[in-house]
Design a protein around this ligand. Structure first.
Ligand code: ATP
Length: 239
């Protein structure tokens, strides 16, 4: 398997994780885990069910406080921040996409997308203009149809648009195609991985789907609390 790499350059890491440790329920899920993701680089994380992939994302989002180690997003170390400062930093630097979109079903895609910026204090007119531009770019229909009536693929495209509203430096996705059929999956995965080039975000995608993982620049597998190259991986192939 090829392990493609983003081009080498100055240290443009948007995510630096060092020695991350997290235990819960008597199990050590993350055990000295390290990870570095550059701007414009996509990393896929695979691993057995229950190995701690979602827990890792929660630590990266600053929703869980690790027992040890550091998580630096866009140059700021999360574990040293107060809860309030962590929330502000998350809002300003990270976008997230989850398996079922986590959108408000009664709102339209436009309202769902604009809401992310309105909650951050962006003026209404600007929020709606940016949301409609993003949805157009991502080919999501955004008339008056409530999000609940959209297809699974359209909902996930809306979720990607919402995640991009605040111009994140880092995009995190947890099983973003897990609820989609094969054709829809391919379109959403393509869109998701295109953000690293179109918007220059670092991207971390947790997935069980190896065909989705194959779109990443690097694949890593969570095993015994650390991220390791998957079996058969060949490091160092240029992109
Ligand atoms: N608060 C908690 N108390 C006890 N156990 C927990 C808690 N939170 C998570 N776990 C356990 O930690 C393990 C890792 O969960 P996590 O959701 O991170 O795994 P995962 O790799 O994302 O799994 P999947 O691929 O099935 O989504 C699971 O066995 C889960 O039950």
């Amino acid at each position: 398997m090829n392990q493609r790499r983003a081009p080498e350059g100055a240290d443009d890491a948007v995510l630096r994780v060092c020695g991350l440790r997290y235990a819960v329920g008597g199990r050590t899920l993350l055990d000295g885990l390290d990870l570095r993701v550059r701007a414009g680089e996509a990393v896929a994380v695979t691993g057995p069910s229950g190995s701690g992939k979602s827990t890792l994302l929660s630590c990266l989002l600053g929703l869980l406080r690790p027992d040890a180690g550091t998580v630096e997003v866009a140059g700021t170390e999360l574990t040293g921040l107060s809860g309030r400062a962590r929330n502000v930093h998350r809002r300003d630097t990270i976008g997230a996409v989850f398996q079922f979109g986590e959108l408000l079903p009664e709102l339209t895609p436009l309202e769902n997308t604009a809401l992310a910026a309105l909650l951050c204090g962006m003026p209404r007119r600007e929020a709606y203009a940016r949301a409609s531009a993003l949805l157009t770019e991502l080919s999501v229909p955004f008339d008056r149809t409530p999000t609940a009536q959209l297809s699974g693929g359209e909902r996930q495209r809306t979720a990607v648009a919402r995640a991009l509203m605040n111009r994140p430096r880092l995009l995190l996705a947890d099983e973003p195609t897990g609820a989609l059929d094969e054709d829809t999956r391919d379109g959403v995965a393509e869109l998701l991985f295109s953000v690293r080039e179109r918007w220059g975000c670092g991207l971390v995608v947790v997935t069980h789907d190896l065909s989705v993982a194959a779109l990443a620049d690097r694949q890593l597998r969570l095993e015994r609390g650390r991220l390791v190259p998957p079996p058969g991986a060949v490091e160092g192939q240029p992109r």
